[in-house]
Every structure is written in structure tokens, then in C-alpha cells.
Design a protein around this ligand. Structure first.
Ligand code: THU
Length: 132
């Protein structure tokens, strides 16, 4: 299995931990650090909807708290509760901006539609990103 296949498998597993009683849309992510360690995440919703954390940011914030600063790739999978993955789940704008804080333009976003893997770079999905 390639690291991309392994990351997709880890994201599918992470999706099982989704807390999404409001949208019933379950997302999983798996973030590969440059040192080979993987941090997973799921979306965690809140009755105050704006407090919801996406799966990608859950994975990033866990990794940052563990001292990681160099990242290679993230896989993301999402689908409604009770359904298998049938289309890609592209990261929201806030998650793209979080990626831009910590990742190079070559950072890989690995998307899975239930059958095939599509790989984008951060510069593909967030060109001309804001930086201080
Ligand atoms: N969601 C993610 O976890 N990642 C994304 O990139 C898009 C959206 C979550 C947030 C919310 O819990 C649910 O999907 C519906 O928006």
C-alpha cells in the first residue's frame, strides 16, 4: 500500500469518531507529518454551530500540540451518516487557510471518492494565500 492509500484508510477510520448530530455529515482526516507520524481527526460539531471544528483542523491542532511543524499530506473523506463515500470532500476555506499557516505550497491534499484518489497541492486549492 502506498502512503496515500494508507492515509485514506486512516481517514476512513477517523470518520467513525465524527461527532455530527446537527449536520449528520461525517468527515475524517489523516495528516502525515514529515517524520512519518500520522494524526487523525474528525469533525466535532456544537449546538452553537460556529463552534464546530472540521476534521482537518482537528488533525492539525492535535499535531501542532504534539510539537509537529512539518507536514507532507492530508487525506480527507466525508459523506452523510450511514452512507459510504461516493464523492470527494474538499476542505473548506477556513481549513485551507489553516493549512497555509503550516504547510508549503507542495503540501498534498488527498481526496477519495470511494473509488479513486485525487491529489491536489495546497497551491492548487489556495493560490495567493494570505500571509503576514
Ligand atoms: N466539514 C469538515 O469536517 N471538513 C470540511 O472540509 C468541510 C466540512 C464538516 C463541518 C460540519 O461538521 C459538517 O462537515 C457539515 O458542514
Amino acid at each position: 500500500m502506498s502512503y496515500r492509500d494508507e492515509l485514506v484508510a486512516a481517514a476512513l477510520k477517523a470518520r467513525e469518531s465524527s461527532y455530527s448530530p446537527y449536520s449528520h455529515f461525517r468527515v475524517g482526516a489523516a495528516l502525515l507529518c514529515s517524520d512519518g507520524e500520522v494524526f487523525d481527526g474528525a469533525n466535532i460539531e456544537n449546538s452553537s454551530f460556529g463552534a464546530t471544528n472540521c476534521a482537518e483542523r482537528t488533525a492539525f491542532f492535535r499535531a501542532i500540540m504534539a510539537g509537529k511543524r512539518d507536514f507532507k499530506a492530508i487525506s480527507i473523506v466525508g459523506a452523510p451518516e450511514g452512507e459510504d463515500i461516493t464523492s470527494i470532500c474538499a476542505p473548506c476555506g477556513i481549513c485551507r487557510q489553516v493549512m497555509a499557516e503550516f504547510c508549503s505550497p507542495e503540501f498534498e491534499i488527498i481526496l477519495f471518492d470511494g473509488k479513486d484518489i485525487t491529489v491536489r497541492t495546497l497551491s492548487d486549492i489556495l493560490p495567493d494565500s494570505f500571509k503576514l
